[in-house]
Write a protein that binds this ligand. Sequence first.
Ligand code: ARG
Length: 458
Amino acid sequence: MKLWGGRFEKSTDKSVDDFNSSIRFDCRMYKQDILGSIAHAKMLGKCKIISEEDSLLIQNTLREILKDIEEGHVDFEIDAEDIHMNVEKILISRIGDVGKRLHTGRSRNDQVALDIRMYLRDEVIEIKKILAELERTLIEIAKKNIDTILPGYTHLQRAQPITFAHHMMAYFQMFKRDIERLDDCYVRINIMPLGSGALASTTYPLDRYMVAEELGFDGITENSLDAVSDRDFAIELSACLSILMMHLSRFSEEIILWSSHEFGFIELDDAYSTGSSIMPQKKNPDVAELVRGKAGRVYGDLMALLSVMKSLPLAYNKDMQEDKEAIFDAVDTVKMCVPVFTKMIKTMKVKKENMFRAAQGGFTNATDIADYLVKKGIPFRNAHEIIGKMVLYCIENNKAIDELDMSEFKSFSELIAEDVYEEISLSKCVSGRNLPGGPAKESVMASIENGLKFLSKL
Ligand code: ARG
């Protein structure tokens, strides 16, 4: 019989049991469910709502059940619907009527809210750890490439020279904000909802603060209706994860471009690439492509959650059972993508010469020669026009700017002198941009220092 079977005269149709049941996917919260129940039982005993003896028996039996589940001795039942009722049923099967006292002053509505919050806060911590590893890897690569010059792009057209370290540290900043967003989201996840009951709290004198303390929460929810119907913490987390995946997807896209013959900036390690079943020459960046693809999947999870919650009247509605697969999928996907991505970039070969060669083409020092004229007194707009003509001349004559001879230079401006060659060399273009946030060695070093400080505080 169902734990709620009292007012029913017929049993549930088998198809409805299957349809209603969430045990297939909420069983992964068994630990949170049991730890939550242990804290609830302890509090019920302490507040004399049940006897101390019953409380202890319940707590100990729950611990045994936890151990049995972990050792693989427990089979969950579809018709016990979800993890909450499965655990309670097992408890009752072991200690009879005493077990039936556990659910005093509690509803599955506040129980499920508790379990998801406990589950997600652990996942946030886990995701932060793998992101920190990615960040350390970026710093490692940056340190090795402080002087590796490559073109920076806008519109995917070569724009100005930067360093590979600077490029890596750009991603460092994005993932740093992702970590900070997760921290922020954690604050709203880590609030304890038990005591909200089904929707209107309870008449039992529960000590909610004690339960919060026992379970490591930072506070308790302030409105029972809100507490059982709020899933914004899960939506917020999937939004954070979507942004993170968007960053990873941009990075993946660059890895894919860079590993092409057209760019030739990096070579992925054999262990992180795949071949073609027909074209023997191929070495494909499948890992990066899959990560890029999975970003779409995580966005889908966010949309699913937003759509499930849209228009739901207060308080709990069964629609909300649909929250779990989406948020679990988002979390699982991120946890799969980040570590393999990290290993992929850790092992990639950086082809410094190709990067440098690319920076030599495409007139990436054109801004610098315009600036050279500005320093000699010409207004920037005029300098821009002069250099525009010079670039046109170079294109027509198939030359780079620094391949022009003095007489060619002078034909554009009398102010150009011998020192121009030094001034527009790629290394000068980079080293001159030494403002905070710029690509020059000392600026990137400072940013690495800050990054290491940030990571050491995690
Ligand atoms: N399995 C349910 C869920 O995930 C637990 C809450 C059920 N509450 C209810 N009133 N039917 O949402």
